[in-house]
Unconditional design. Structure first.
Length: 499
């Protein structure tokens, strides 16, 4: 019997809290910038249309809400990501408890929290990482509804699925696997005859309706990107897609497989494999491997080049499935407490490995001319320079920032409290004529980063060629390379002639 309160007083709950603390505080103390996915989602969140970005809107709205606090933006965004992972861990525990005991649920939480999705890649704070709590909630409420036939689970399933699809459409892979379970597992087939099943569908559709209507009005950029953003254009793309799928599966399964070996061989936690003819094993196999198979089928059907990191959102269902295939033996002495301790240990080791990765990537990147702009560049100093430059020539807050890349210039979105409009010539949908015109009317600051795309800024705003200019060098906040990112700040006065 699943008792939700049991998790909050368990050693696993304390381990999950420690994991969230480690992975929100340690990176925040070190990094000076965040991944370009986070930065793009931040300034996309100010767009009134919910359908003009490359992804569904919920992540952008969440990020803009956090940035609205106005203090410690990097820490708060990392904390938001890790709170999402902790919420996902709760649902992973509850899903595993539907079929197994506390040791099995503890194994599931360990496999999830020490996955690359909940550690290294959670620092990116993008659609993959923030889908985790909604994916895990959809998983739990779906399975709980199938098992218990409770109406409240159906309602929560509809809400979780609707919100998850507003983070990333990839949640449809999990919904397809839940549908498959209803076909394959005999006792689940009654789901199709229950009225609450269709109530859940209506709730999900109602949550999605504003976004769908906005997609229809704005040309459907998010849906178009999901279906055609990585199209195969030549034969080599097929081989690359197959290779990327394999890499994605390695990213998804390598850490869980290693952890299962470690806890059994090194620490003596008793795990046993259940019989494959057991119905629970069928459920577990579909949860562990079904989303990956469904993803491969979707890639083939849409003729896209798969991306390795598409596998990251699958981590919670994979963890539950593997924990049921190799459950913790109920008689294992202190099995749950032992596993909880290993969660904290492995989380700390992974955090140390992440710090080492940053220092190595900084040194190697600087040596080969590809510096680690995200994470290493001091975005706060750049934002302060933009504000000071604007204040020395104009009154009021900065209302527009013009950029042609999404890693350095875009990082100012973390710190500029005036929430300026961003005209981004690195993305066609954020450099439309209307955007260019509005920025020309309000004036702003253009950030040149000495790339070929800077010419797009001059083409849109010819007067910038003779505008006031200030050179700036953003230092790195860590590393041995002492790399500095050069940028030029150009004043865009109001009512500048534009294209």
């Amino acid at each position: 019997m699943d008792r939700p309160w049991a998790l909050w007083i368990s050693p696993v709950a304390r381990a999950a809290a420690a994991h969230a603390l480690i992975w929100s505080v340690a990176p925040a103390l070190l990094v000076g910038n965040l991944h370009q996915d986070t930065l793009e989602a931040a300034y996309w969140g100010d767009e009134p249309s919910l359908g003009s970005a490359r992804h569904p809107p919920l992540l952008s709205l969440m990020i803009r809400g956090v940035l609205g606090v106005g203090h410690a933006p990097i820490f708060l965004l990392l904390l938001m990501s890790q709170v999402g992972m902790a919420v996902a861990a709760v649902y992973v525990w509850r899903a595993a408890r539907l079929y197994g005991g506390p040791p099995t649920a503890a194994v599931a939480v360990m496999l999830f929290l020490i996955s690359l999705a909940a550690t290294f890649f959670a620092v990116q704070v993008n659609h993959n990482s923030m889908l985790a709590p909604f994916w895990a909630a959809t998983l739990y409420y779906g399975l709980s509804y199938f098992e218990r036939e409770r109406g409240r689970d159906a309602v929560c399933l509809g809400v979780a699925a609707g919100l998850g699809l507003l983070v990333k459409y990839e949640l449809a892979l999990l919904l397809a696997c839940l549908f498959l379970l209803c076909l394959v597992v005999r006792r689940y087939r009654s789901v199709f005859r229950r009225g609450m099943t269709y109530v859940a569908l209506v709730i999900c559709a109602a949550i999605l309706t504003p976004h769908v209507l906005d997609l229809l009005r704005s040309g459907g950029a998010a849906a178009d990107y999901a279906l055609r953003g990585h199209k195969v254009v030549e034969a080599s793309g097929v081989a690359l897609s197959a290779f990327n799928l394999l890499v994605g599966q390695f990213v998804l399964f390598a850490a869980p497989a290693a952890l299962l070996v470690i806890v059994t061989r090194v620490y003596g936690v008793a795990l046993h494999r259940i019989a494959w003819r057991d119905e629970t094993a069928v459920i577990a196999a579909i949860l562990a491997f079904g989303p990956s198979v469904t993803m491969a089928a979707a890639v083939i059907a849409t003729h896209q080049v798969a991306q390795p990191l598409w596998a990251l959102p699958l981590a919670s269902s994979c963890a539950v499935g593997l924990s049921l295939l190799f459950p913790g033996a109920p008689a294992a002495p202190r099995g749950e407490s032992l596993i909880a301790g290993k969660i904290v240990l492995f989380s700390g080791v992974a955090a140390a490995a992440f710090v080492a990765y940053l220092y190595i990537a900084d040194a190697v990147g600087a040596a080969i001319g590809r510096p680690l702009t995200f994470y290493a560049a001091d975005s706060r100093r750049l934002a302060a320079a933009v504000t000071e430059f604007w204040d020395s020539h104009a009154r009021g807050p900065v209302k527009c920032v013009v950029i042609a890349e999404a890693a350095l210039g875009a990082s100012t979105v973390l710190w500029l409290r005036s929430r300026p409009r961003y005209v981004d010539f690195d993305h066609a949908e954020w450099s439309r004529p209307v955007d260019v015109s509005q920025c020309a009317g309000t004036g702003g600051v253009a950030i040149l980063t000495h790339t070929r795309r800077d010419e797009l800024i001059f083409k849109a705003y010819p007067a910038l060629r003779t505008a006031p200019r200030r050179a700036f060098a953003a230092p790195g906040v860590f590393g041995f390379s002492h790399y500095q990112w050069r940028a030029d700040l150009l004043l865009l006065p109001p009512v500048t002639a534009s294209r």
